[in-house]
Design a protein around this ligand. Structure first.
Ligand SMILES: C[S@@+](CC[C@H](N)C(=O)[O-])C[C@H]1O[C@@H](n2cnc3c(N)ncnc32)[C@H](O)[C@@H]1O
Length: 247
């Protein structure tokens, strides 16, 4: 299989555009940052940072150090160009997390990365990487696909994306994702892990206290678009928040 991350090399601008969507601004980003809690003074790794949407945000929220790492050089180049234009002190590294950073992070954030661990080796590598980056007691916040997400093409379209494709009954189970917010027109292959497989991999890597939670929408989001707009997503989110602690 070609590296699933390779799909993202040239998608920096796409993810920046998508980050302006009401879905990300009023629901996803507040949900993730709420799960992460207060990062003031903390050292945070944004693993699979892409264009740095969260890395920049972490610095704005007072993280002492925010390091974005992504295997795709094109994504990191894009993130660095934004940092050069509007410096916030976010650091970016292309490739793997260097071993000299092992055990130095209070928290690891990894948003929409698990859906691209397409087999058990990639899943185990991801979990081990997150665990070795953290100090004991450090926490992981990550967003895998919801194992019960909808596969009918139009269900999430109003939020700027579509998920579709019959279940193959495998673990992970492939799915197709279109980004269709504004003028975006990108199709991406993704994978849906069962809760049991994810929890086993996290536990094997040294995580404990694994908890799952769903999204919440901000009051401004409800005022702007109405409860009816958000309800289908809240009824069946396409991604869940998973938290775990490194023991
Ligand atoms: C959907 S993008 C999300 C980017 C960013 N986290 C965000 O929320 O905007 C997924 C990113 O994860 C990276 N990625 C894929 N597999 C990875 C892995 N095993 N470890 C770390 N990053 C990975 C990709 O290169 C890509 O930039």
């Amino acid at each position: 299989m070609t590296d699933p991350a390779a799909q993202f090399d040239q998608l920096g601008e796409v993810y920046d555009t998508f980050s302006d969507s009401p879905f990300r601004r009023h629901l996803e980003i507040p949900t993730v940052l709420g799960a992460l809690g207060d990062v003031a003074g903390q050292t945070v790794l944004d693993l699979g940072c892409g264009s740095g949407v969260y890395t920049r945000q972490l610095r704005r929220l007072g993280a002492a150090r925010a390091v974005g790492v992504d295997p795709m050089a094109g994504m990191i180049e894009h993130a660095r160009s934004i940092e050069a234009a509007v410096p916030v002190g976010a650091e970016y590294l292309a490739g793997q997390v260097p071993s000299e950073l092992d055990g130095t992070f209070d928290a690891v954030l990894a948003v929409y990365v698990l859906p691209y661990t397409a087999d058990r080796d990639l899943l185990a590598d991801f979990c081990r990487t997150a665990a070795r980056a953290l100090r004991p007691g450090g926490r992981l916040v990550t967003l895998p696909a919801n194992p019960g997400l909808r596969r009918d093409r139009g269900y999430y379209e109003r939020y700027g994306f579509r998920t579709y494709g019959d279940s193959a009954g495998t673990d992970p189970d492939p799915i197709t994702l279109d980004l269709c917010y504004a003028d975006l027109d990108e199709t991406i292959s993704a994978w849906v892990w069962s809760a049991a497989a994810l929890e086993d991999a996290l536990t094997a890597a040294g995580f404990t206290g694994i908890g799952w939670s769903g999204p919440a929408v901000t009051r401004r989001g409800v005022e702007a678009l109405g409860e009816e707009f958000w309800q289908p997503y809240l009824d069946c989110p396409h991604a869940m928040t998973v938290q775990a602690v490194r023991h």
